[in-house]
Design a protein around this ligand. Structure first.
Ligand code: FVH
Length: 292
C-alpha cells in the first residue's frame, strides 16, 4: 500500500483516485474546486485543503490537472516543491515532449524523481486490463511501483529514460487516430453530398478495411526501411494516388464541400510531384513531413 498525494479530481483524476483506492492505496487528494475532492472522501480518499498538505503526508505524488500551466502553477510554488523533495512525482496531465522534458529537468534539479505519463484511454477505461498508460523518466521508480501503475491500466509500459518520450508517443498515436477521424469526416461529407446512406457506406467501409489496413502497414514498413522509391512491390505510385485524388478534389469543388482536409492531403501529393517523385512510392511523402 502506498500513500499518494494526488492533485486533480476532474473526470480523469476522479477515475484515477477511485481506482487507486480500490487497489488499497491511501490517497490524499487536492482539487481547485474542493467539493470534487470532498466527494472522493466517500470512496476513502482524504480531501486536503492545499497541494502541499496532500503531498507532505504522502510517499509519492500524482498530478492530473487540465494542462501543464495549471500543474506548474501548483508544483512550482515553494511549499509544494519542498513537500516533493526526495519523493517521486508522476505527471499524468497531457503534455508535449517539450513540457515533459522541461518538467523532468525542473524536478531533477529540485531533488524530485520524475515520471512523465501519457494516458491512452478515457476515464471509464481506467483500471481495465487492456488500458495503456505510457511512462518515461526514472526507470527504477517505474519498476519499484510497477504494480501500482499496472492497477491503473493493465497494458502500462515504461518507454524510456527520455522524459519527453511518453508524450511524443502520445502525440504520434493521437495523430494516427486523428488521421482516421478526419478521414472519416471527409468520407462522410462525400457520402452526404452524393446522397449515399450512412449504412451503405459503413458496410462498404467494413469490406474495404483490410485493403486500407494493408496499405497502412505497407506504408509504415516502407518508411521504417527507407524503401520510398517506386519498385516492383509498390502498391500505388504517387502518380496513381494523385490521379485518384483529383476525383476527390472534383467532388469537393463541385459539391461545395469544405476543402480544408482535402487541401491538406493534396498539398503533400502536389509537392512530391513538383519535385519529380510521381513514379515513387507513397512512402516518399514521409520525406516532406520532417526537416531534411
Ligand atoms: N478525459 C479524457 O478522456 C482524457 C484522456 C487522456 C488524458 N486526458 C488528460 O487528463 C487531464 C485531465 O483531463 P479531464 O478530462 O479530467 O479534465 P477535467 O474534467 O476538465 O479536469 C481538469 C482538472 O484540472 C483542474 N484545473 C483546470 N484548470 C486549473 C487551474 N488553472 N488550476 C488548478 N486546477 C485546474 C480542474 O479543477 P476544477 O475545475 O475541478 O477546480 C480539474 O481538476 C488533461 O490533461 C487531459 O488532457 C484526459
Amino acid at each position: 500500500m502506498t500513500t499518494i498525494g494526488f492533485l486533480g479530481a476532474g473526470r480523469m483524476g476522479t477515475a484515477l483516485v477511485r481506482t487507486l483506492l480500490k487497489n488499497g492505496h491511501d490517497v490524499h487528494v487536492w482539487n481547485r474546486t474542493p467539493e470534487k475532492a470532498e466527494a472522493l472522501a466517500a470512496f476513502g480518499a482524504r480531501a486536503k485543503a492545499t497541494p502541499e498538505e496532500a503531498i507532505s503526508g504522502a510517499d509519492m505524488a500524482i498530478v492530473n490537472l487540465l494542462d501543464y500551466a495549471a500543474s506548474d502553477a501548483q508544483l512550482r510554488r515553494p511549499a509544494v516543491t519542498e513537500a516533493l523533495k526526495g519523493k517521486l512525482l508522476v505527471q499524468l496531465t497531457s503534455g508535449s515532449p517539450m513540457t515533459g522534458r522541461e518538467t523532468g529537468e525542473w524536478a531533477t534539479s529540485n531533488g524530485i524523481a520524475y515520471l512523465d505519463g501519457a494516458i491512452m484511454a478515457t476515464p471509464d477505461l481506467i483500471g481495465d486490463p487492456e488500458t495503456l498508460v505510457l511512462y518515461s523518466g526514472s526507470r527504477p521508480d517505474f519498476e519499484q511501483l510497477e504494480a501500482l501503475f499496472m492497477c491503473l491500466g493493465g497494458k502500462s509500459a515504461f518507454v524510456s529514460e527520455d522524459f519527453g518520450a511518453a508524450s511524443a508517443l502520445d502525440s504520434a498515436l493521437l495523430a494516427q487516430m486523428w488521421g482516421t477521424l478526419f478521414g472519416a469526416l471527409q468520407a462522410l461529407a462525400v457520402t452526404r453530398v452524393e446522397n449515399i446512406d450512412a449504412d451503405t457506406y459503413a458496410n462498404f467501409l467494413k469490406q474495404s478495411q483490410p485493403v486500407i489496413d494493408a496499405a497502412t502497414q505497407d506504408l509504415m514498413q516502407r518508411v521504417r526501411d527507407g524503401r520510398d522509391r517506386g519498385d516492383e512491390d509498390t502498391l500505388a505510385s504517387i502518380a496513381a494516388h494523385s490521379a485518384a485524388f483529383h476525383h476527390l478534389r472534383d467532388v469537393v469543388r463541385e459539391r461545395g464541400i469544405n476543402p480544408a482536409i482535402s487541401d491538406a492531403f493534396g498539398s503533400l501529393l502536389e509537392t512530391a510531384i513538383a519535385k519529380g517523385h510521381q513514379d515513387d512510392d507513397f512512402a516518399m511523402l514521409a520525406r516532406f513531413m520532417v526537416p531534411s
